[in-house]
Design a protein around this ligand. Structure first.
Ligand SMILES: NC(=O)c1ccc[n+]([C@@H]2O[C@H](COP(=O)([O-])OP(=O)(O)OC[C@H]3O[C@@H](n4cnc5c(N)ncnc54)[C@H](O)[C@@H]3O)[C@@H](O)[C@H]2O)c1
Length: 397
């Protein structure tokens, strides 16, 4: 049971981190100013499933300034409890806490949906997937989807199931370069350094997945002097990595060589039993992709002789043959799930969330004319957000 003093302290700490973030999110502040004047979202309920952390809090405050009623839950392991408390104090309904697992996460999603949102803002397609199972889309205007994994699920498993437009923020070239490549690249490497306190130069990293995020992770590691090997099932991505000066190999050929394995494919079942069994003693596993499903955690948990928590973010699995395998942040996204981890840099999320807020406005105004189903961020939204960011970098178009 948390006492009242603790809650007051949590709210104060949460508000300070939101404040620091807000003063560095200039694109969203500009949108907020305009929303405050015109109230374009007046009376709308927006249901969200986005990581509950300071940058998302600034997005919620922006939408609220536009008149929306905002209800949010996060993802397992990534909710910052002090930020959640501060958001609740500012009139945003928040479900969930950091300790939530997958089951509680699904209950939180149901709680959000019970508010009958007219707009869904999702990250990983959990909210939209549950919505389509239980509701008939009456009153729903449209959705946004933040990330690659969610976009894949919407276009594959949920194809044709949505009678409203879904703007895929991840399709924006702005988001791919600025947030996925630079944001994820910087913060995954930062996350590794902070979690392990180990040296990066000379260390042998294997990055699995050379898409928009993997490219960033590999390039940041390389720029710090790490030895980086890339694994990608797509020969075009592999070729790109090779031309970028990186080693390219099949996963099975890296097992005896790699010291740190980072998954970033967005797909399930990447590091499996047959890989883990051949890794060296002390191999470190981490994930940057949206779900922990990239690493066979079930195998690690069921086959280890002993499991020891060495720190809040490092677990040691001692296998039956005596080898030790180290897992960071329970296989959840290293940059977001780590103790004190801040996720992507503020400025990169300012851009991503400016795309989100502008896309919500676009949906409200244009939904009746739009095609249904997943679609890219409208060109005019990309251009406006890019121009605003350029203006702020003092390079007017
Ligand atoms: N940690 C974060 O802050 C953060 C931020 C944005 C996105 N993400 C997540 O990161 C993941 C990757 O996103 P992305 O935009 O780079 O995706 P992407 O689709 O651009 O790239 C994925 C790459 O993985 C490769 N791949 C797929 N299956 C593979 C397999 N079995 N073996 C080897 N390679 C395989 C693909 O060929 C592709 O090149 C997604 O889950 C996304 O949601 C995380």
């Amino acid at each position: 049971m948390i006492n009242e003093n603790t809650i007051t302290e949590m709210i104060a700490t949460g508000k300070k981190s939101i404040y620091w973030t807000e003063i560095n999110m200039n694109l969203l502040q500009e949108i907020k100013e305009s929303f405050l004047k015109t109230k374009p979202l007046q009376g709308l309920t927006i249901g969200m499933c986005l990581h509950v952390e300071p940058k998302t809090a600034v997005l919620c405050k922006t939408l609220k300034a536009g008149g929306a009623n905002v209800i949010i839950t996060g993802s397992p392991g990534t909710t910052k409890d002090d930020v959640a408390a501060a958001m609740a104090d500012e009139g945003i309904k928040v479900y969930g806490q950091r300790s939530d697992g997958r089951e509680e996460h699904l209950q939180n999603i149901q709680s959000v949906l019970k508010h009958h949102p007219q707009i869904l803002m999702d990250n990983g397609a959990d909210l939209t997937r549950e919505y389509i199972k239980h509701y008939n889309a009456e009153g729903l205007i449209g959705c946004t989807e933040e990330t690659t994994t969610g976009a894949n699920l919407l276009r594959e498993d949920l194809k044709g199931k949505f009678p409203v437009p879904i703007i895929v923020i991840n399709d924006s070239p702005l988001k791919q370069v600025i947030e996925n490549e630079h944001g994820v690249g910087q913060t995954i490497v930062q996350g590794f350094m902070r979690t392990t306190n180990l040296i990066v130069p000379t260390k042998r990293f294997v990055v699995i997945g050379y898409g928009t995020c993997g490219r960033g992770v590999a390039r940041y590691l390389r720029s710090l002097g790490a030895q980086v090997t890339v694994v990608d099932q797509n020969p075009i991505a592999g070729l790109e990595a090779a031309l970028d000066g990186l080693r390219v190999a099949r996963l099975e050929d890296t097992l005896a060589y790699g010291q740190v394995f980072i998954t970033v494919t967005g797909r399930p079942n990447i590091i499996l039993k047959e890989h883990i069994d051949k890794m060296n003693d002390g191999a470190i596993l981490a994930n940057a992709g949206h779900f922990s499903w990239e690493i066979d955690l079930e195998y690690l948990e069921s086959e280890a002789d002993t499991i020891d928590r060495l720190s809040p973010d490092i677990e040691q699995f001692t296998m039956k043959d005596g080898r030790r395998v180290m897992l960071l942040t329970k296989g959840e996204m290293l940059n977001l799930a780590q103790e004190g981890g801040g996720g992507n840099p503020v400025e990169t999320m300012d851009l991503g969330f400016a795309l989100q807020a502008s896309s919500v406005l676009y949906l409200v105004k244009q939904h009746a004319q739009m095609a249904t189903g997943p679609q890219p961020v409208p060109h005019e939204v990309n251009i406006k957000v890019a121009s605003n960011m350029l203006k702020q970098l003092s390079l007017p178009l």
